[in-house]
Design a protein around this ligand. Structure first.
Ligand code: MOS
Length: 761
């Protein structure tokens, strides 16, 4: 999702570059930085927050899907009569009767957001094992599920490339990876590596992962003439509206996407085939439709993280300074999506080195399109890179934190740009002190407690600062001085509504309960996508612009009888429910008073966030240090994580309560990446073999130890409100920190995730 920011920024003329520093905060009232509890918390705990599959529409039908059982080929015959005659069935839709639709525009190939750019149910072709080949609509979900089981499909299979060991042999270098070059070469790294007095050269592998948000993917759809209303579980309202409009040949304004609550997104709550099929079926049946994927359905239709094979080689001189840094490898992808899992990106920005060779290739396979999943690229890339650094430190008999310190760069090592703000060394120091890193025994296998061997590990966390341009916000102040801030943003559980209300309250000089934050509706001013850890900051920028436009308008209508007469935007602060002259609180007038004198019920203003031009000048990244302590059983090989600590440098933290929760959630996902999560993909058939939470293991409560979270809280001078993103960095580095701790405990290096007990016996 981050490519939007990068694409748009490519075309910014140089002349626009100066003057990108954020303006000082006006009328700071101190809500920002407070641990305010979630505004939507009570709605969720009380069960009154209405999710996409809980919207009830008159005459609504329920959908069930039939999935293909071959990876490639054609539907030879499809027998629907039994399903059509089953109780309650209103429609069976297949490629034979589905409305004609254009193929959805995919991510990175034409401004769409679909997970795949394949046409949906338009002919007899099968593209992956699990693709939807029929959809049944019935009066109840049970009737739809039953009838779907009665559909009989026969196939003419075609040879499919479903074996990664074969696909890897045909891997090729893409033109670019998320708008960046697929290869970065500085100097001759292989030569420098060969000459280095200290070196490691290792291969690491990471498996496929599937999205398992608690809320299943769902949509409730209705047509009103040629207007489509889509109640969706999405992290991309505006993109979904535009892409759906393209599919059905209508204008983007004719699609309204509503998504006030999302039960977890992580990159997976995008536009997949189920929303398109539901809308098509609703049109065909002439009635509203509810579709909710089964858990298995999510595995069949919603992409996840792809697998990678990575090589990291590091050469160092006698003092441990890197002379060569090589990170290369291959990821699996399809021909109809563009999500290359940018695992070489961390190595572009983290360490100084005399030479670099960073390069990744893609092996195309016949499978469901892979997609973004919390810190795509960085999560698995840091596993390989940060394990290799630990291995080099071991070889050199140097503390792994000290080795990183010796290679801390002055500027971005591959772009040469200055960092906007970087305090990674402080994050390591603070984390080491809090975690008690000095208690680590550098010799593996020496710490024991009965059958348990104890070890400690550390790794760097990193995630880029991104921003999508083009988002807007509207602010309306009513006669009582109550502000409504509106933007098509998303609340997936990260605290969007709360943090934005905190910011708007400060920005307007209002108490928190005088602000309503309105979001989750594509009819509102265009919002930022909730992806790439950029929504919060992108929205702050839009709200700031709208607040300035609003204050200008208020000063205009205040007129000559106001204590504010003659003042301009630059002269005033927002304070005490109104505006005042900066430095002279006696020249103050409340919003309600301004509106009353002007005879207005409300004043409103809308503005777009300025282009995030600072991203062109600076290397902007959140960073951090992840610490893990594990116990490994001598008897069973079982790994228990006993303690985790994340120490982050993400700029200013806007709401410590929401932020700590975001960091912890990411770290727990990293624990799953390290120890439990693996999508089992049958190389013979291309079929996912463990499509359920019974067989795909995410960490459960008993797997999760105490997780400490600390941060530098040092504002980034080049980001709005000094804040960088925090949503994704939590997962990064955790895999390596745990793998390094397992090595410290046992003396066994596991370079193939997940670290299951069979690999330790
Ligand atoms: Mo994120 S993987 O951009 O939701």
């Amino acid at each position: 999702m981050m490519e939007f920011a990068r694409t748009a920024l490519r075309y910014v003329p140089d002349a626009l570059l100066p003057g990108t520093r954020p303006k000082p905060v006006r009328g700071q009232h101190g809500h920002v930085g407070e641990p305010v509890s979630r505004i939507d918390g009570a709605l969720k705990v009380g069960g009154t927050a209405r999710f996409a599959a809980e919207v009830k529409l008159d005459g609504m039908l329920y959908a069930a899907l039939v999935h293909s059982t071959i990876a490639k080929g054609r539907i030879a015959s499809i027998e629907t009569a039994a399903a059509e005659q089953a109780p309650g069935v209103a429609l069976v839709m297949t490629h034979r009767n589905a409305p004609r639709m254009k193929a959805p525009k995919g991510m990175m190939d034409g401004g769409g957001v679909a997970g795949s750019s394949l046409p949906v149910m338009q002919d007899a072709t099968v593209h992956w094992n699990g693709e939807a080949v029929a959809l049944v609509l019935a009066e109840t979900q049970e009737q739809a599920d039953h009838a779907a089981a009665l559909v009989r499909v026969a196939y003419d299979p075609a040879p499919a490339l479903t074996d990664f060991s074969v696909a890897r042999g045909k891997a090729k270098r893409p033109d670019s990876v998320l708008m960046e070059p697929a290869a970065v070469t500085i100097g001759d790294a292989e030569k420098a590596l060969a000459k280095a007095p200290h070196r490691v050269d290792r291969r690491y592998t990471t498996p496929r992962h599937n999205h398992n948000a608690i809320e299943l993917h769902a949509a409730t759809v209705a047509w009103d003439g040629d207007t489509l209303i889509l109640h969706d579980a999405t992290q991309m309202l505006n993109g979904t509206a535009g892409t759906m409009a393209g599919v059905f040949g209508i204008q983007p304004e004719q699609v309204r996407v509503l998504s006030p609550f999302v039960g977890g997104g992580f990159g997976g709550k995008g536009l997949w085939t189920h929303q398109i099929l539901a809308a098509a079926a609703a049109r065909l049946a002439g009635r509203p439709v509810r579709i909710m994927l089964s858990r298995e359905g999510v595995y069949r239709l919603v992409g996840g993280r792809t697998l990678t094979e990575q090589r990291v080689a590091i050469g160092a001189d006698a003092e441990g300074r890197f002379t060569a840094l090589i990170h290369e490898g291959v990821a699996a992808m399809t021909a109809h999506n563009n999500c290359p899992e940018q695992f070489t990106f961390p190595a572009r920005h983290l360490y100084a080195a005399g030479s670099f060779r960073l390069e990744q290739t893609i092996a195309e396979m016949d499978m469901l399109a892979n997609t973004f999943m919390r810190a795509p690229g960085e999560s698995v890339g840091t596993f390989a890179l940060e394990c290799a650094i630990d291995e080099l430190a071991e070889t050199m008999v140097v503390d792994p934190i000290e080795l990183r310190r010796r290679n801390e760069p002055e500027r971005d090592p591959t772009s040469g740009n200055a960092f906007s703000s970087r305090h990674l060394t402080k994050a390591f120091d603070d984390g080491a002190a809090r975690f008690g890193w000095d208690r680590r025994d550098p010799v593996p296998g020496r710490r024991r407690e009965g059958e348990w061997r104890i070890g400690m590990g550390v790794a760097t966390a990193t995630y880029p600062y991104l921003r999508m341009p083009g988002n807007a916000a509207r602010i309306r102040i009513d006669a009582h001085g109550h502000a409504t801030v509106s933007t098509a943003g998303h609340e997936m559980g990260m605290g969007t509504a709360t943090v934005q209300a905190q910011h708007a309250a400060d920005r307007l000089g209002l108490p928190l309960d005088s602000v309503t934050f309105e979001y989750g509706d594509s009819a509102l001013p265009a919002g930022a996508m909730a992806g790439g850890s950029q929504q919060t900051v992108a929205t702050l920028a839009a709200v700031t612009a709208a607040a300035e436009a609003l204050i200008k308008e208020l000063l205009r209508i205040a007129g000559n009888d106001s204590p504010l007469a003659g003042l301009r935007l630059a002269d005033v602060v927002a304070v005490d429910g109104g505006l005042a002259q900066a430095g002279d609180p006696t020249r103050h007038e409340r919003y309600a008073s301004i509106l009353a004198r002007a005879g207005r019920d409300a004043v409103e203003a809308e503005a777009k966030a300025p282009l995030p031009l600072e991203m062109l000048k600076y290397s902007m990244h959140s960073t951090g240090a992840q610490f893990a302590e594990v116990a490994v059983s001598d008897v069973t090989g079982e790994v228990r994580v006993r303690r985790l600590l994340g120490s982050f440098d993400c700029g200013r933290i806007l709401n410590p309560k929401a932020a700590a929760s975001q960091f912890r959630g990411g770290i727990i996902m990293g624990l799953g990446l390290a120890l439990t999560e693996e999508t089992l993909f049958d190389a013979r058939t291309g079929r996912v073999m463990n499509p359920s939470l019974a067989e795909y293991h995410v960490p459960v409560h008993m797997d999760v130890p105490e997780i400490g979270v600390i941060w530098t809280d040092l504002p980034d001078p080049h980001a709005p409100m000094g804040a960088r993103g925090i949503g994704e960095i939590g997962i990064t580095g955790v895999g390596a920190a745990i793998a390094n701790a397992v090595y410290n405990a046992t003396g066994t290096r596991v370079r193939d995730l997940p670290i299951t007990l069979d690999k330790l016996l």
